[in-house]
Design a protein around this ligand. Structure first.
Ligand code: ATR
Length: 280
């Protein structure tokens, strides 16, 4: 019998998740159907309940429902609890279990796909919303030398740092963009949504240490605004979030099906398609 999965979001038409999971299913021989579903902004819970009634086995959750999904779950993985957000639902016998694979996807893309080891690195995380919160624990688990969080609203960055500070694995602090002056980092991750509004981040010069990687959790056709800014600021390595998207999906597939699909060929294919679609 074909197992049913879906991704819920609003909007959802441009989601690559059905494509990604169809590729994983073909590769692993899994008999699944995976659909994109538009959930009403005011009734995410109803959309999930209806999906369960249809026999849905699992779902991914994207913008803007990750916090609503967190509240809906009957049980949570430790990493979802700490993230305060859920992107992967497992549905069984009326029970909703929530997990969050975004941080694991980010770490896998950085360490495995990009070959950039996090241990001992000075990391700067830009943003203090849900996207930033979701990746902090997986970053800390890889023993960086330091984690600095900076945000337009500095109090939110400080509060986020304080929430994770009891984790003694590395020093963690949060504040404003201006306070970054005079500091250099090996990895700078953009978890803000600033580029959606076309805004550049007001970052001081000299943020990028030699050999540093700039990572944008966003992706799009061509270079993202953050990566254009990073290139101008001297970041020698730059990556967008397409790899994170594929890796968080692979991690969700692993939760549901007990097998981790290969991602390399699919990621290369999606990259080629994005580049082909980029206006000259
Ligand atoms: P998400 O779930 O994508 O993280 P969010 O929780 O709304 O969405 O958080 C958006 C993040 O992008 C926040 O860190 C926000 O900064 P504030 O906390 O100061 O609002 C940041 N952000 C959005 N637009 C921005 C802009 N134009 N300049 C700088 N930061 C911006």
């Amino acid at each position: 019998m074909t197992d049913l999965y879906a991704v819920f979001g609003n909007p959802i038409t441009h989601s690559k998740s059905p494509r990604i999971h169809a590729a994983f299913a073909a590769q692993t021989g899994a008999d699944i159907r995976y659909e994109a579903r538009l959930a009403p902004l005011d009734d995410f819970a109803g959309a999930v309940r209806r999906f369960m009634a249809e026999g849905g086995r699992g779902a991914n959750v994207t913008v803007p429902f990750k916090e609503a999904a967190f509240r809906l779950c009957d049980s949570l993985s430790p990493r979802a609890r700490l993230a305060g957000a859920v992107n992967t639902l497992s549905l069984e016998a009326g029970h909703i279990r929530g997990d969050n694979t975004d941080g694991a996807g980010l770490v896998r893309d950085i360490e495995t796909n990009l070959g950039f080891a996090l241990a001992g690195r000075r990391i700067l995380l830009l943003g203090a919303g849900g996207a930033a919160r979701g990746v902090i624990l997986p970053l800390l688990e890889n023993q960086p030398a330091q984690l600095r969080i900076a945000n337009r609203s500095p109090a939110k960055a400080a509060a986020l740092a304080a929430a994770f500070a009891p984790d003694t694995r590395c020093p963690i602090a949060g504040g404003s963009f201006a306070e970054l002056a005079g500091q250099a980092f090996d990895l700078v991750i953009n978890a803000t949504s600033a580029s959606l509004g076309g805004a550049a981040l007001p970052l001081p010069d000299g943020l990028y240490a030699p050999g540093a990687l700039a990572y944008d959790m966003m992706y799009g056709q061509g270079e993202t605004p953050f990566l254009t800014q990073a290139r101008a600021a001297g970041a020698s390595r730059r990556a967008d979030g397409l790899g994170m998207l594929v890796e968080q999906a692979a991690e969700a597939f692993l939760i549901w099906r007990g097998i981790r699909p290969e991602t390399g060929a699919l990621l290369a294919q999606l990259r080629r398609e994005l580049q082909a679609a980029t206006p000259a």
